[in-house]
Design a protein. Structure first.
Lengths: 396, 378
């Protein structure tokens, strides 16, 4: 047991720290704690990823042969920690780097790898994810979009929701039913769709925060070349599992450092905000709640370390690995709740010229309502823990 | 970065589990609960023979020279097995207090005795006000010639009825700062002016006692550390004791999760295993979250204490909060998952619940340690 970096890890950490020091854009607002980029920063974020790519820091955990760095799990963790610690902007092509790319690497043909991977890394082509539907959220297997083969093309029809980045994406990973007679998980195929194809309509979906980070997508007779599928026909569910594994698996360290950064900001807020005449941090109940958050955020960090050690030693994460997103999302909600309470009556405001922090905290607070829903609701995650970690019988 | 156990540490865990599975059965727990002292001399000797008592005591002091991590491994296992022995009071609590304060001959005598298992020791800190901090200490030690005379009443002293040495925190001078003027003494429990009375403890295999010191005179050589300067050293030792408690709480919680999981798989209602109901399975998932949080924070704290990293006190407080929360919530949810049978005397669930409650409250509950967490960052 040793929580210090080895000399190699320390050297790697220093390398990314130095690079970030020299390259994080000076006009980037580092006080911004959000994960999803606002629209007006798109160009800046695209350039930022291109710069990451030039420096060899995009898709670092991808194998070298596909343009990655072949970074180990621990190096990837260190990279995510340092990015979060300096509040560096996120790479714009999160879905390409974290989901589409790894799935193409695992299941794609030579041609698909040549065609897509480099452009994902450089952010020349941004990707979005067409999985969820109005009728298929947690029960993704119930999706109803269809694809029918006509000559050399698939004809796709259907509706998708919660599609982050669809309004700026060039490509989409897309699930559609190709055999309506098969059991629901058997008749699905995984498509790579060019977003400039005729018949795709993207409508922004405004969220509780007021911003539109997500979209709805409507596909009407969209033609997709026959070869643009990942894996075999009707084997899309298995391919999609690769994607979802990456969605939940790679972000742990960034989430944990993000929560730490947010908690440190909250402690600062509690020091600087008066509550009935005294600094909020002197209020015993505020102190208890801040301490609880500290315990949760530390648990998240240390559970990640344990999971990482377990994967490195045995190839499989221990039970603690499945818990990260569940703990993180619920902690972020408690953190957001406490922040708006510390703000007092100003917690009822969306923005306040008197205090610019109100807007940031309100965004974190409102945004956190979605954390327990996206990428597996807390209920689905508890099912997974119960069934796969504890081995309890499947729920009916 | 490595959050894993070494092969030796894994082997220690395995041998501890094997031993305790065989020797620390719930039948034994029940037998000792009902006995006069709650103590099994034979079991104590066997554990001593395995070297457990000296786990975290240095080699020059007569121990094995392992560390807080190994002690956490052992106590996690004793928690799983709800070991009915004064192991925590002597090895988890008194030993680090002595190691943190004592010097010279008395240090060797006490730590050597604990390490061999021949001496059992405990700490007498809390008094009538029920506080674990310095202002709660009213007991007095007055210097007389080459010794001190101690007067006062201590409460909630763990296993004092089985201890040969009782470490007493007493005031040697009145200072404005209540953390100053406190001294630590090792008092032989056999002294005629020491009166030990067992209290009716919720966990009868981990008894708490009232100890009266009515003018007990000890030589100056039985003062551990310097006069009036005991508290800062004691605070550091209590960080160790709290981390060890958290390890034991982790063990109790982990066992309750397993028992609840197994029961939820077997127990049928409405023609289905109750574990297929999300009201049950999600509760057990949450029990697992608390248990894993306690485990992660405990082992980090143990490492931080062994390495002396600057955030060790914060890490220890964090572990104690997570341990107390896991102990309380997991044990009570374990009873709920078991339904009616879990509420009976016959079922073992209450044995775990009782130990968990003891561990939750000893050295201060989660709220008290959350305040310590806050005081360390605020």
């Amino acid at each position: 047991m040793d929580f210090r970096d080895t000399p190699e890890e320390a050297a790697f950490r220093k390398e990314i720290q130095d690079w970030l020091e020299a390259n994080v854009p000076s006009d980037w607002d580092r006080s911004q704690l959000t994960l999803i980029p606002p629209e007006d920063r798109l160009d800046m974020l695209r350039n930022w990823q291109a710069k990451l790519h030039e420096g060899g820091w995009a898709g670092i955990n991808w194998p070298k042969e596909y343009g990655g760095r072949g970074a180990s799990l621990i190096e990837t963790a260190i990279f995510n920690q340092e990015m979060a610690r300096v509040k560096a902007p996120p790479p714009i092509n999160v879905i390409g780097l974290g989901m589409a790319g790894p799935t193409i690497i695992a299941h794609g043909t030579h041609e698909q790898k040549d065609r897509h991977l480099e452009k994902i890394l450089s952010a020349d082509e941004i990707w979005c994810q067409g999985f969820s539907e109005p009728g298929a959220g947690s029960d993704l297997g119930g999706l109803r979009s269809t694809a029918i083969l006509e000559g050399d093309s698939w004809i796709i029809n259907g509706q998708k929701v919660w599609t982050s980045l669809a309004h700026v994406a060039q490509w989409c990973i897309f699930l559609a039913r190709t055999d309506t007679t098969a059991p629901k998980h058997k008749g699905i195929t995984y498509f790579l769709v060019d977003m400039s194809s005729p018949g795709i309509e993207v409508r922004p979906l405004r969220q509780i925060t007021g911003s539109a980070d997500f979209n709805e997508m409507f596909f009407t007779d969209v033609r997709v070349p026959r070869e643009n599928i990942l894996g075999e026909i009707n084997d899309g569910w298995r391919v999609a599992m690769t994607t979802l594994l990456h969605e939940r698996g790679t972000l742990g360290f960034a989430l944990s450092v993000g929560a730490r950064v947010a908690l440190d900001e909250l402690i600062r807020l509690a020091r600087e905000t008066k509550r009935y005449g005294k600094p909020a941090i002197e209020d015993p109940i505020v102190r208890q709640r801040l301490a609880s958050l500290h315990v949760e955020v530390e648990s998240l960090r240390l559970n990640n370390y344990r999971a990482l050690t377990s994967v490195m030693k045995t190839g499989v994460p221990g039970p603690e690995g499945s818990l990260g997103k569940l703990i993180w999302s619920e902690s972020m909600q408690r953190l957001g709740d406490l922040a708006v309470e510390i703000l007092g009556p100003a917690g009822m405001l969306e923005k306040w010229t008197e205090n610019p922090r109100v807007a940031t905290w309100q965004y974190i607070h409102l945004r956190s309502r979605g954390h327990t829903i996206e990428a597996g609701t807390s209920e689905i995650l508890r099912n997974i823990v119960a069934e796969r970690v504890l081995g309890l019988p499947k729920h009916k | 970065m490595d959050f894993g156990l070494t092969d030796e540490q894994e082997a220690l865990r395995k041998s501890a589990r094997d031993f305790l599975t065989e020797r620390s059965t719930t039948q034994l727990v029940r037998k000792l609960m009902a006995s006069k002292t709650g103590f099994d001399e034979g079991l104590w000797k066997e554990m001593s023979g395995l070297g457990w008592m000296g786990t975290a005591i240095s080699e020059e002091d007569g121990g094995l020279g392992l560390g807080q991590i190994e002690l956490a491994i052992l106590t996690e296992e004793t928690g799983r097995a709800i070991l009915p022995a004064p192991f925590y009071s002597s090895v988890g609590l008194a030993a680090p207090v002595i190691a943190g304060a004592a010097e010279g001959a008395i240090r060797k005598e006490l730590l050597g005795g604990i390490a061999s298992g021949e001496t059992r020791a405990t700490l007498a800190l809390v008094e009538a006000e029920g506080r674990w901090d310095a202002p709660g200490v009213k007991a007095k030690a007055v210097k007389e010639g080459n010794g001190y005379t101690i007067t006062g009443t201590k409460l909630f002293v763990p296993d004092a009825h089985l201890a040969g040495e009782i470490l007493v925190v007493a005031r040697t001078s009145r200072e404005k700062d209540k953390t100053a003027g406190l001294s630590l003494f090792a008092v032989p429990a056999s002294d005629k002016n020491v009166k030990v009375r067992q209290l009716e403890t919720i966990d009868q295999t981990r008894r708490l006692c009232r100890v009266r010191f009515s003018g007990v005179t000890v030589g100056a050589d039985r003062m551990l550390g310097r006069e009036g300067e005991a508290w800062p050293l004691l605070t550091r030792s209590l960080d160790r004791a709290a981390t060890t408690l958290a390890a034991e709480a982790t063990g109790v919680a982990a066992k309750v999760v397993e028992l609840s999981r197994d029961y939820a798989k077997e127990r049928l209602q409405f023609d289905r295993p109750i574990g297929s109901f999300q009201a049950i399975s999600h509760r057990i998932a949450d029990m697992l979250v608390l248990t894993e949080n306690a485990r992660s924070t405990t082992y980090y704290a143990a490492w931080a204490l062994d390495e002396g990293v600057p955030d060790a006190p914060l890490a220890a407080a964090t572990a104690k909060v997570a341990g107390s929360e896991a102990a309380r919530t997991v044990a009570q949810d374990g009873i709920q998952v078991h339904g009616g049978i879990g509420f009976t005397w016959e079922h073992d669930m209450h044995l775990y619940y009782r130990r968990a409650k003891w561990l939750e409250l000893f050295l201060g509950d989660a709220g008290i340690w959350r305040e310590r967490v806050a005081s360390l960052f605020a």
